[in-house]
Each structure stands twice: as structure tokens, then as C-alpha cells.
Design a protein around this ligand. Structure first.
Ligand code: FAD
Length: 464
């Protein structure tokens, strides 16, 4: 069904940046994406009272633009956030690639403004965090905003098409095609075969389990990443104002007193909304801030990282199991007031109505998170909420809303070299689905680097 120089599987930021790097140079590039084009990515739940219909290809996380398409697009310009690339390729190289990728986002319409604290303010926050037993990690950040993200992605689509990249949406790759240890291309669920000299696979977190199965089938080495399980916390925006006003996304790290587990804040959404997310039928919680719509609340995730050791090798299954428990009890996302959790009782609609924080996720079911989260996780989360209260008084209020569960499935990590090439020559993997990154910026960087490596390789071959 066609022969290509480069085949890219997955049109999230990793896939798109690989294509941007390779496009317009006369190479035959094919992008295969199982979800829909951006303008057709509609969540039917919006017309069905918010009830998730558990679509096969969830439009929230699949389709042109990938998982981040409808996120508020926080591009973190720090090497310490959004993945482990700093360890893999070195701080200096990462900085350089980040500058290039950031320039591409700017070229496609990202706002010029970068959020970040002044050195004096940074020192003040670091000191406050230390006194509360936490570490403050500053990350400069470019905020695309939800509306803006989609415009940028649409513009990238237009440019790639203009540059001759063939883009096929609604096309699911079922197999990475390898014969006698030689990469041939890919096969799709519909039975099509595409030959390609180079293949870049970036399936994102949503389809990481498919990729893991493929990696095992192909005999690629895998290592286990931690699984992050926690809750989304929602408070009135005034409570967090002091730490969000000129930092935008404060990252706080804490080691719990009882278990010495690593707990961290993640994805702070000032004036944002709590949303539900469908992970192949499993409903978890997340958060957004919109550029043009502001609520009176701020939400953020609190996540406990747990790395499992031998013989246990299934952290993703463990995370799924806990999320399934929440779904079993609440039909989806559960919400509980901190006061109710501490008093050992479930929240009810009436109790929530008496609270001071109006939930922004209306579909969440009032319930009891202590029936879902393991003691170890719950204890660590409560201890961090107490610590946070020293920095932002009001967080440890009985009215604070806790939504559960938020789970970050960091895919098993595929062994790759510095160019993200696997043990199978010419097969490259990037982004979140390969367990290498955890955010828009670093995912984009992997694609960008892979694109460079492939183009370099092709040029060398052709000059011989
Ligand atoms: C609600 C939400 C908000 C977020 N907000 C932020 C944020 O503000 N800042 C930030 O840095 N990060 C954010 N993230 C995370 C960010 O979106 C991801 O880190 C990033 O999108 C990962 O990029 P990726 O290209 O690796 O994978 P993805 O973006 O997940 O893209 C993978 C694509 O591959 C497709 N695919 C998978 N398997 C196949 C297959 N077999 N065949 C064909 N296609 C396939 C999928 O449909 C998907 O479109 C958010 C995520 C979500 C869900």
C-alpha cells in the first residue's frame, strides 16, 4: 500500500515535531493516527449530560495533536520538568533542543510571554517551601491556553500538508512490521501494509500498553517506570494566589513523614476546571485552565510516586486497578471534602452544598476516597496537604475538595540510544508512550531529535 522514507505512528506532539523536522525536504513522509482530525475531535459526553460513553478512540486524548490538544498547553521551559531527558541526553543538549522547539512553537503562534518568578521572589518561595519541609522547583513556562493550542496544532497540520506529508487519521497501526530482524514498515488494523525505511512510533500514554506488547513481541528491552497515583485538589483561587500569582505553575516536592514516599504537586490550574479523562474506558481526573474563561477555583494534582521492585512488573495494571475501584464505587470520578475524609465519612450532595468550594466537575460522585486509595497513598497525601497549608494557608481546610483518582501511567521504558533509536535499527520511539517523557515540551523534543537523526541518516545514505 505504498513505500515511504519515514513512517510516523501517532500524531501527538512527538509525532508532529518529527514530521516538522523531516517535511519539505523531498522525503516521502507518512503519518498514521488512529484518532480523528482536530476539527472532528468531539467528545459525545458533552451532549450526553457529561456521561462518558467510553469511546474506543477517546477524542479527548486521541487524534491530531494527541493528548495535549485540548489541554491549556503549558510548555514548561525547564529541564527538570516533564520527563527524564536531562539524564538521557545531558542538561546542555536538552537546553539547546528546548530552545529550538520553543522557537518552532513561537513560529506557529505561541504567545511571547513567559511566566516565571524574579530571582528575589524565587528565593522567597524556596525559603517558604523549605520551612514547610518541601522543595520548590521553579519552571519558566509558556502558556499556550486551550484555544491557542488548537490553533497552533491546526496550523502545523496545514504546514505539513503543504510540505507534502501524507497524513492519515482514523488509521490504527496494529503491528510494527519486522522480518528477520529488519524493519519493513507497519501494518494497520484495517489490514493495510506500509513499507518504510525509518519508522518513528509515538503512541502516547493512552496506547502505551499496545506499544509495550509490541516491544515484548519484538524482543525489545523494557524497564519499569514508577506509577503516580493521587488526587486532584480544588480550592478557592484566593487560597493559592500567593504561590500562583507570578509563578504560574509551582512544583512542590515532599517526602512523606510516615512512609518517606515522594509526593509532588502537578499541573496547577489557577482559575481552572477539574475535568474527567477517559483512559480506554477507565475514568480518571485531570485539570485545565482556559485562556478566555476563568473560574473562582484553582486545582492541582497531588501524586504519590511508587517504584515497584522485583518480582512485581506491572505498575500500570496496579494503577488501573485503583482507578477501576474509584469507577466501581462512583461510576466515574469521586469527590470528597477533606473534612469528610478526616472525619471518616463519605461526602454527600448535601455536605458538598454546605461547603465553601463549588465543584467545577459537576459529574463527580460524592463518595469516600478512603475506600479506594491504599493507606500508604492516603496518609502521604494528607501529610502533604498539611505541609502545603504552611505555604498557602487554607489548603488544609475541611472545605477543600479532593477528586479521585488521578493516575499517571508512565509507560514502561523502552531501551533506546541517545537518538531514541531502539535495538531494532531504524526503529525510533519517542514521547510519553515510550516512557521517556511526561509533558508537551519534552515529548516534542524527542520527536524533533528523532526527525533530525533520521534526516541526517537519509542524507548520509544519499550522498554515498
Ligand atoms: C487533559 C490533559 C492536559 C495536559 N496538559 C498538559 C500541559 O498543560 N502541559 C504539558 O506539558 N503536558 C500536558 N499534558 C500531557 C501532554 O499532553 C503529553 O505529555 C503529550 O501530549 C505527549 O505527547 P506524545 O506525542 O508522546 O503522545 P500523545 O500526545 O498522547 O499522542 C499520541 C497519539 O498517538 C496516537 N496513537 C496511539 N497509538 C496509535 C496507533 N497504534 N496507531 C495510530 N495512532 C496511534 C494517539 O491517538 C495519539 O493521538 C496533558 C495531558 C492531558 C491528557
Amino acid at each position: 500500500m505504498g513505500t515511504y522514507d519515514i513512517i510516523i505512528v501517532g500524531a501527538g506532539p512527538a509525532g508532529i515535531f518529527c514530521a516538522l523536522q523531516a517535511a519539505g525536504q523531498g522525503y516521502k513522509v507518512l503519518m498514521l493516527e488512529k484518532g480523528r482530525p482536530l476539527e472532528k475531535r468531539n467528545c459525545p459526553a458533552k451532549n450526553d449530560g457529561g456521561n462518558c460513553l467510553k469511546c474506543k478512540n477517546c477524542s479527548i486524548v486521541c487524534g491530531w495533536g494527541g493528548a495535549g490538544a485540548f489541554s491549556d498547553g503549558k510548555l514548561t521551559l525547564s529541564s527538570q520538568v516533564g520527563g527524564n531527558l536531562a539524564q538521557d541526553i545531558g542538561e546542555e543538549k536538552l537546553r539547546k533542543e528546548m530552545e529550538e522547539v520553543d522557537r518552532v512553537y513561537l513560529e506557529f503562534g505561541a504567545p511571547e510571554h513567559v511566566y516565571g518568578p524574579s530571582p528575589e521572589r524565587l528565593e522567597e518561595l524556596e525559603k517558604k517551601a523549605l520551612m514547610a519541609d518541601m522543595k520548590f522547583v521553579a519552571a519558566d513556562l509558556r502558556h499556550l491556553g486551550t484555544g491557542h493550542s488548537t490553533k497552533i496544532l491546526q496550523e502545523m497540520y496545514r504546514r505539513l500538508q503543504e510540505d507534502g506529508v501524507e497524513i492519515k487519521t482514523n488509521t490504527k497501526v496494529s503491528q510494527i512490521w519486522v522480518e528477520k530482524d529488519t524493519l519493513q514498515g507497519v501494518k494497520t488494523q484495517a489490514g493495510e501494509e506500509y513499507r518504510g525505511k525509518y519508522v518513528m512510533v509515538a503512541p502516547g500514554r493512552e496506547n502505551a500498553s499496545w506499544f509495550e506488547e509490541e516491544a515484548r513481541r519484538l524482543g525489545l528491552s523494557l524497564s519499569i517506570n514508577p506509577v503516580d497515583i493521587g488526587i486532584r485538589v480544588e480550592v478557592p483561587s484566593v487560597v493559592t494566589h500567593d504561590i500562583t500569582r507570578d509563578v504560574y505553575e509551582p512544583k512542590l516536592l515532599y517526602y512523606s513523614k510516615t512512609f518517606d514516599d515522594r509526593v509532588r504537586t502537578f499541573c496547577m490550574c489557577p482559575h481552572g476546571e477539574v475535568v474527567q479523562e477517559n483512559n480506554q474506558g477507565l475514568i480518571t481526573v485531570n485539570g485545565h485552565s482556559y485562556a478566555d474563561k476563568k473560574t473562582n477555583n484553582t486545582n492541582f494534582a497531588l501524586l504519590v510516586s511508587k517504584t515497584f521492585t522485583e518480582p512485581f512488573r506491572e505498575p500500570i495494571t496496579y494503577g488501573h486497578y485503583i482507578a477501576r475501584l474509584a469507577n466501581l464505587l462512583g461510576g466515574g470520578v469521586l469527590v470528597q471534602r477533606l473534612g469528610d475524609l478526616l472525619a471518616g465519612r463519605r461526602s454527600t450532595r448535601e455536605r458538598l452544598e454546605r461547603g465553601q468550594v463549588e465543584p467545577t466537575l459537576k459529574e463527580a460522585t460524592p463518595g469516600d476516597l478512603s475506600l479506594v486509595l491504599p493507606y500508604r497513598h492516603l496518609k502521604s497525601l494528607i501529610e502533604m496537604l498539611e505541609a502545603l497549608d504552611c505555604m498557602a494557608p487554607g489548603i488544609y481546610s475541611r472545605n477543600t475538595l479532593l477528586y479521585g483518582v488521578e493516575v499517571k501511567f508512565y509507560s514502561s521504558r523502552i531501551e533506546v540510544d541517545k537518538n531514541m533509536e531502539t535495538q531494532i535499527p531504524n526503529l525510533f520511539v519517542g514521547g510519553d508512550g515510550a516512557g521517556i517523557t511526561r509533558g508537551l515540551m519534552q515529548a516534542s523534543i524527542t520527536g524533533w531529535m528523532i526527525g533530525k537523526a533520521i534526516v541526517y541518516r537519509i542524507k548520509e545514505e544519499r550522498s554515498r
